[in-house]
Design a protein around this ligand. Structure first.
Ligand code: ATP
Ligand code: LTN
Length: 326
């Protein structure tokens, strides 16, 4: 039996090269080795304010994007979280077995709560819903970017404490973080991660950006006052641009450093813009084609949700049983 992979992505804002290099690209590369569950987490999106029509449209767009980056519905269950009721049901049950203190410590909660005028209870419960997503499928591996590591560790803690009390109900998942690209940085403020929810539109390269937008954003990217073009982690701006070059070309670091030896930051930015534009071109073409046929996307989502519901409901029933429901 193939081992199981589960990961999720929120249908909010627009996907960016951080999502791609930190998560989606790895999901696509490794898909044949595993049984894969890729979930468009619309329930997680509700933890911060959303416009209903935009959320609905963004959910279908995310399905198109996942297929455009190369996920193949023959190897992957690509589905929407709210289409499988067991996700909401499991979240409630796990909420009753998760100490409040574990949730209050989550760094993403603290960051996001600070940005909201009024914080809804769902924002605190976000990692519990996420733990339920993972545990419902007896997931072995959870490939995510660096920012989600703490949440997957919490899912492990919840699974272990539940198992200690009720027997081996859950498979304890492992987090998988890519060695390079797990944290693509914000172009304007390279000490922060690139993020969908950033208000500064120049800080993020979107997967659907036009060539002109990509060139413009990269030319404005923050660097430093030095001159040398070297992979030096203490120089976050240049390090981020060089990492992007490395990930889009697959060239070794030494070769990239010698390609730009004696050249200026402008040359690096121009060169990088061209490799990003070329790297995104095939994905953008596939995306355009897929969004012309929403009925096919809806069929893929519906079929996947039906298959996932069978697996998820079995786990949910097992959990209900051991805790004294049913
Ligand atoms: P937000 O920042 O608004 O929370 P996001 O950009 O993190 O949103 P998500 O849908 O939460 O987007 O994340 C999808 C996947 O992309 C996750 O696995 C996450 O770890 C990864 N990811 C997000 N941002 C980056 C980044 N800057 N570098 C690498 N991976 C990232
Ligand atoms: N919180 C994650 C999305 C997410 C997820 C998951 C990732 C929801 N459920 C389960 C991995 C496994 C995020 O914001 N990237």
């Amino acid at each position: 039996m193939k081992k199981r992979v589960f990961s999720g992505i929120q249908p909010t804002g627009r996907s960016h090269i951080g999502n791609y290099l930190g998560a989606m690209k790895h999901w696509a590369n490794d898909q044949r080795e595993f049984e894969n569950f890729f979930c468009i987490v619309d329930l997680h999106a509700l933890t911060v304010p959303q416009d209903p029509a935009e959320l609905r449209a963004a959910t279908r767009e995310m399905a198109a994007m996942l297929i455009a980056v190369g996920l193949d519905p023959r190897y992957c269950h690509i589905f929407v979280q709210s289409h499988v009721a067991a996700h909401s049901q499991m979240a409630w049950l796990l909420n009753c077995f998760t100490p409040l203190g574990w949730l209050e410590r989550m760094t993403q909660y603290k960051d996001k709560a600070q940005k909201q005028v009024s914080v809804m209870a769902g924002l605190l419960g976000y990692p519990v819903l996420m733990a339920g997503d993972i545990l419902l499928y007896h997931t072995h591996y959870v490939p995510v970017g660096d920012d989600q590591k703490q949440h997957v560790e919490l899912a492990r803690d919840i699974a272990q404490s539940f198992n200690a009390r009720f027997g081996d109900v859950f498979t304890v998942p492992e987090v998988v973080i890519p060695p390079v690209g797990a944290r693509i940085m914000n172009l304007s403020e390279p000490t922060k991660k690139m993020s969908k929810s950033d208000d500064d539109l120049n800080s993020t390269i979107l997967l659907l950006d036009t060539p002109d937008a990509i060139r413009r954003k990269l030319m404005r990217a923050t660097t430093d006052s030095e001159r040398s073009i070297l992979f030096d982690e203490n120089r976050p701006g240049i390090y981020n641009l060089l990492t992007l070059y490395e990930l889009f070309t697959g060239e070794p670091r030494a070769a990239i450093e010698s390609r730009f030896a004696g050249k200026g930051y402008g040359d690096l930015k121009k060169g990088l813009a061209e490799v990003v534009i070329e790297g995104l071109r095939p994905l953008q073409a596939r995306y355009a084609e897929l969004t012309r046929d929403p009925a096919t996307l809806d069929t893929i989502l519906r079929d996947s949700a039906e298959r996932c519901a069978v697996i998820a409901e079995k786990t949910l029933t097992d959990v209900q049983h051991v805790i004294g429901l049913r």
